[in-house]
Design a protein around this ligand. Structure first.
Ligand code: ZN
Ligand code: ZN
Length: 243
C-alpha cells in the first residue's frame, strides 16, 4: 500500500495548504480517505475524478469532507462526458443528516453508512471501522492489504480503545489537534502528548501526527508526542509513504 497526504491541517488550513485528506493506493485501486478543504485540487493533480474507486469519510465535519461536496460536480461532469457511469461508493457516517443529505443528493455518489465494528471489502482492501468519541459520529479505520496494516484515527477524544485498534500497524496516522496547555476539559480531540501515549501503546512500526492546528509550531507538537513515543514524526503534505 502507498499513502499520499493531500492535507494535514485542521480545523482550517495554513495559507496555501489543506485540511485532512489522504490517497491510499493498492492493487491499482485509488481510495480517498477524507477530502477536507483544499485537498481536491491536489488529488486532481494525481488522478482524474473518474479514477477514484472509493471515498471514505471518517466523519462529516467540513475540514474532512468540504471538498467532497465539490467532487460531486467533477463526478457529474465525468458522467456527462461518458468518462464514468458507475457512482462512487462513499463510506461515511449517516449523521449529521444535513451533511449526509448533501452528499447523497449526488446521483454519482453511492453512500454506504459505517457503524462501530463494521467491516467492508473496499476495492479489495479489508477495512474495519471503530467509533471514536467526537462532536459528531466519527470513526477510526484500519486497512489490511498486501500483508500490511494501515490505521487512521480520524478525529477523536482520548479513549482507551484506539491503541488496541491500531495495535501492530505498519503505519498509524493519528490526530494531534492540541498542545496539552490548550486541551479543553471535555475535548473532542487529543493533545500531541496523548497522541504520543496512544502511539506508544499501539507500537506501530511508523507513526505520523496529523490534524495540525495552523498557528502551532510543529516542533512543539513533535516534542510533546516524542516524550511518549520517540518514533513519531509529523506527516508531510504531498509526501508519499510506503505502508
Ligand atoms: Zn477535524
Ligand atoms: Zn471533526
Amino acid at each position: 500500500m502507498k499513502l499520499t497526504c493531500l492535507g494535514k491541517y485542521g480545523p482550517y488550513p495554513k495559507p496555501g495548504c489543506a485540511c485532512s485528506g489522504y490517497l491510499l493506493q493498492s492493487g491499482g485501486k485509488n481510495i480517498v480517505i477524507d477530502l477536507g478543504c483544499g485537498t481536491l485540487p491536489r488529488l486532481l493533480k494525481l488522478l482524474a475524478a473518474k479514477d477514484v474507486d472509493a471515498l471514505v469519510l471518517s466523519h462529516l465535519h467540513s475540514d474532512h469532507m468540504g471538498d467532497a461536496l465539490t467532487l460531486r460536480y467533477a463526478l457529474d461532469s465525468a458522467k456527462k462526458l461518458g468518462a464514468r457511469t458507475e457512482p462512487l461508493p462513499v463510506y461515511m457516517p449517516a449523521e449529521p443528516s444535513a451533511e449526509a443529505a448533501l452528499l447523497a443528493s449526488c446521483a454519482m455518489m453511492a453512500p454506504v453508512h459505517i457503524e462501530d465494528g463494521a467491516e467492508f471489502d473496499i476495492s479489495g482492501i479489508v477495512t474495519r471501522f471503530a467509533r471514536m468519541p467526537h462532536a459528531v459520529p466519527g470513526y477510526a479505520m484500519a486497512f489490511f492489504a498486501e500483508g500490511k496494516k494501515f490505521v487512521y484515527s480520524g478525529d477523536t477524544g482520548y479513549n482507551d480503545s484506539l491503541a488496541g485498534f491500531a495495535g501492530g500497524a505498519d503505519l498509524f496516522i493519528i490526530e494531534s489537534a492540541f498542545l496539552s496547555k490548550d486541551l479543553p476539559g471535555n475535548a473532542a480531540h487529543i493533545s500531541a502528548a496523548q497522541a504520543g501515549f496512544i502511539a506508544s501503546g499501539a507500537g506501530a512500526k511508523r507513526t505520523l501526527l496529523t490534524h495540525i492546528f495552523p498557528l502551532y509550531d510543529e516542533n512543539e507538537i513533535l516534542k510533546e508526542a516524542a516524550g511518549y513515543c520517540p518514533r513519531v514524526s509529523v506527516i508531510g503534505e504531498l509526501e508519499t509513504y510506503e505502508v
